[in-house]
Design a protein around this ligand. Structure first.
Ligand code: PMP
Length: 401
């Protein structure tokens, strides 16, 4: 008998498990709209040209593979903070940001959670309902208590703004408010600039601390600056806050695990102390981060020619997604005779669309139509081609009614 007899089977991951089921399906029409990974119009994975160019530069230089410092590659940490806040931002000029390279968005959030657990004992993180499923796992494993604030309104397939505001108000003073900087996952529903200001007002009123997750900068709208505007408007108010960043989507560096945690502090002195503690938390977890992705980002963002080429490629990716979003809406509106208003699809932003399909309807999408998606009704438009929009519309209409 095994010493591991007491270990029960873990459930499959609700997002990554979808890809496993997709692989096993032999139907020709099958479509993987589960995981949020960009595909070309031919539904193939895509490596950005700027990434290949940066890698060639790295090969030519013959750089070594020595350990990085605990906080990561210095050149990366500088450009990543500048990209997020803007190089001219006073928080950068005054060295009030503690930036530590992380293991992509997930690892950076995990480090932030460890900081909260250690230095804000008992403080709660409040997150949107729904949110990216891994947020809860990350906080649970870090031992940080959390609860949810209202966000999604199924009646309008839109934002429940009043519910959101009153729940943030009702949270214990000094809570951390987890916010998606842009392209909310899974709903694709973002607050308007005016709504962001009101959110900032109540957070300040209640002495809460904003905790941004920015996993889609530049990928949501096609503009790096526009997608950072929520974070920057909070920073402009002089608020202290946390921001986790990821280069999985906007540079297509999924498997390189490259991102960062940034803590904006009210003084350079506080930032230095926070950074020292982030390093202390990272050391026993993974010692130091990987170098390859950090070098790619530093080369792309730090080189004017590659930087502008990156922006063009990002616009192309964001544009392709906007295009299939429009085409899906057109197909749904043309084919559906029930009079249902599908315009919520056009109001959503980023790589995901929340269809409003419930679990049973999502099951029908997969079982009958071979469309693989998460059971909350989310589809990744990054995995959809124009050629398959009509097929997807047929599947959605059949599953709805
Ligand atoms: N946050 C959100 C909201 C996400 O959607 C993702 C990617 N699915 C991440 C964080 C982190 O992804 P990664 O660890 O690959 O950077």
């Amino acid at each position: 008998v095994s010493r591991f007899e007491g270990i029960t089977m873990a459930p499959p991951d609700p997002i990554l498990g979808v890809s496993e089921a997709f692989k096993a399906d032999t139907n020709e029409m099958k479509l993987n709209l589960g995981v949020g990974a960009y595909r070309t119009e031919e539904l193939q994975p895509y490596v950005l040209n700027v990434v290949k160019k940066a890698e060639n530069l790295m090969l030519e230089r013959g750089e070594n593979k020595e350990y990085l410092p605990i906080e990561g590659l210095a050149a990366f940490n500088i450009v990543t903070a500048e990209l997020l806040f803007g190089a001219a931002n006073s928080v950068i000029q005054q060295q009030r940001v503690a930036t530590v390279q992380g293991l992509s968005g997930t690892g950076s959030l995990r480090l932030a959670a460890a900081l909260i657990e250690r230095y804000f004992p008992g403080a709660k993180v409040i997150m949107s309902s729904p949110t990216w499923g891994n947020h809860k796992n990350i906080l649970n494993d870090a031992g940080v208590p959390w609860s949810e604030y209202r966000y999604y309104d199924p009646k309008t397939v839109g934002l429940d703004f009043d519910g959101m505001i009153s729940d943030i108000k009702a949270a214990p003073e000094g809570s951390f408010v987890l916010l998606h900087g842009c392209a909310h996952n899974p709903t694709g529903i973002d607050p308007t600039p005016e709504q962001w200001e009101k959110i900032a007002d109540v957070i300040q009123e209640k002495n809460h601390i904003p905790f941004f997750d920015v996993a889609y900068q530049g990928f949501a709208s096609g503009s790096l600056d526009a997608d950072a505007s929520s974070v920057r408007s909070f920073v402009a108010r002089g608020m202290e806050l946390l921001v986790a960043q990821s280069y999985s989507k906007n540079l297509g560096l999924y498997a390189e695990r490259i991102g960062a945690i940034n803590v904006v502090c009210s003084s350079a002195d506080a930032a230095e102390r926070v950074k020292s503690q982030l390093k202390r938390l990272a050391r026993p977890m993974y010692s130091n981060p990987p170098i390859h992705g950090a070098r790619i980002v530093a080369n792309v963002v730090g080189n004017p020619a590659l930087f502008s080429e990156w922006k063009a490629e990002m616009e192309l990716m964001a544009g392709r997604i906007k295009n299939v979003r429009q085409k899906l809406y057109d197909s749904l509106s043309a084919k559906d005779k029930s009079g249902k208003d599908w315009s919520f699809i056009l109001k959503q932003i980023g790589m995901f669309s929340f269809t409003g399909l419930n679990k049973a309807q999502s099951d029908n999408m997969t079982n009958k139509w071979h469309v693989y998606m998460t059971k909350d009704g989310r589809v990744s438009l990054a995995g959809l081609s124009s050629a398959k929009c009509e097929y997807l519309a047929d599947a959605i209409i059949d599953s709805y009614h």
